[in-house]
Write a protein that binds this ligand. Structure first.
Ligand code: DP6
Length: 390
């Protein structure tokens, strides 16, 4: 398979006519290794200011489970970017003496959160090479989520995406950055905070990880598809059923790690490549049946990997299974192409087309809510990606 760079060079000679296109392609050719995200040197002015961004959560259809060093995924994944479930982050920056340490305060939903400091410190260490100004400023970070904190919804994706965008916005004050590079680098940085966060920058669907059918795909950041998805998948609905709101017994990071020496790992990674090829066809054809088949298969395979790790673990709860069975029955009875997916937890994402919203929502209220913690669920749908807040 040609490397991204070679592919774009070929394209440049064969198809590209206008100067603008050549420039766009040159940028793509240039950004294909980690080094391309290290900026050329710039000054750190004695300025202060505030930047604010909101970034959405995302739900994977083909799952990322297993990684190599430096947050490189073991297989490619694809997700729908969500719309309502978001993190909103404000960063106030002020010049300090350029020392050898990071300086920041962090508050979540108005409360100082020192227990979040190690995660942010680790993130800053990982991205320092790419954002050389980090040790020259003090940062006051305020963050909050639009979804309940103790909902069991992974907020690291939206949180890392929002923080990365804020930091990129600060860098943009010191040096010129094209929009193309801005969003790619934000995704690149977010990935270093939490892998799936790189899929929370732009609108739906987003592919992360190299795949032979997607020329622009990369292990380093998420990319949009270069074709228009079928109408059937526009405004796709995701209702998140909150089955278990407690702390997960096994973190995603530990779960990813257990894919090393996992007896089924190799087959699983191959399967993810195939499922991604297949779902790309589904995005073109609008085939609901294939969509349901791939998405539910992926969710159950993810949990099968957990159950066959060593040590093994189960994150689904009895109510997760109850809900899955009821969705299957409802689908059989009504022929509505509603399906489920799961993250690394017990909550169930119910996915369905926009035009069946009324039927599916009443089914959820009447039959599924009873299996949720305090009857809670969150209605969401696919969205356009992160935004700057002025
Ligand atoms: C099951 O992105 O949370 O949600 O890179 O260690 O932060 P880290 O893991 P994380 O893993 C997400 C796993 C998943 C599947 C997915 O979103 O693709």
């Amino acid at each position: 398979m040609p490397q991204n760079g070679e592919f774009f060079v070929e394209l440049m000679f064969s198809e590209v006519s206008s100067r603008k296109c050549i420039f766009a392609f040159l940028i793509l050719v240039m950004i294909n290794s980690e080094k391309d995200f290290i900026p050329s040197s710039y000054d750190f002015p004695k300025v202060s200011g505030t930047v604010k961004w909101e970034a959405p959560s995302n739900i994977a259809l083909v799952k990322y489970w297993g990684k190599k060093e430096k947050q490189i995924p073991a297989n490619p994944s694809v997700s729908f970017t969500l719309s309502e479930s978001k993190t909103i982050t404000e960063v106030i920056f002020s010049r300090k003496e350029h020392t050898n340490s990071f300086s920041f305060d962090f508050s979540f939903e108005g409360q100082p959160k020192p227990d979040f400091h190690p995660k942010i410190e680790q993130f800053f260490h990982r991205i320092e090479l790419y954002l050389p100004f980090l040790k020259a400023y003090h940062f006051t970070i305020h963050s909050h989520n639009t979804f309940p904190h103790s909902s069991g919804i992974a907020s690291s994706a939206s949180a890392m995406a929002a923080l990365s965008l804020c930091l990129m916005d600060i860098e943009r004050k010191f040096t010129e950055i094209s929009d193309e590079l801005f969003y790619k680098k934000a995704s690149f940085l977010a990935r270093l905070g939490s892998g799936s966060a790189c899929r929370s920058i732009q609108g739906t669907p987003i592919v992360w990880g190299e795949h032979s059918a997607i020329a622009q795909s990369s292990d380093l950041y998420g990319v949009s598809l270069d074709f228009e998805i079928h109408e059937n998948f526009k405004n796709y609905q995701d209702t998140i059923l909150l089955v278990d709101v407690g702390q997960k017994q096994v973190s995603s990071t530990v779960g990813h790690d257990l894919m090393h020496n996992h007896p089924f790992a190799q087959k699983r990674f191959e399967q993810a490549h195939q499922n991604l090829s297949d779902i790309l066809e589904v995005f073109k054809s609008g085939d609901y049946q294939m969509f349901v088949n791939i998405v539910e298969g992926e969710a159950l395979t993810l949990h099968a990997m957990m159950m066959t790790s060593n040590p093994y673990f189960i994150l689904m709860k009895p109510n997760t299974l109850e809900i899955i069975n009821r969705i299957w029955k409802f689908r059989e009875l009504t022929k509505i192409p509603v399906c489920f997916t799961l993250d690394a937890g017990a909550n169930v994402h119910v996915l369905y087309p926009d035009n069946y919203k009324n039927e599916v929502l009443s089914f959820i209220k009447n039959e599924l809510a009873v299996f949720c913690h305090n009857g809670q669920f969150i209605t969401d749908q696919t969205g356009a990606g992160a935004h700057k807040i002025h």
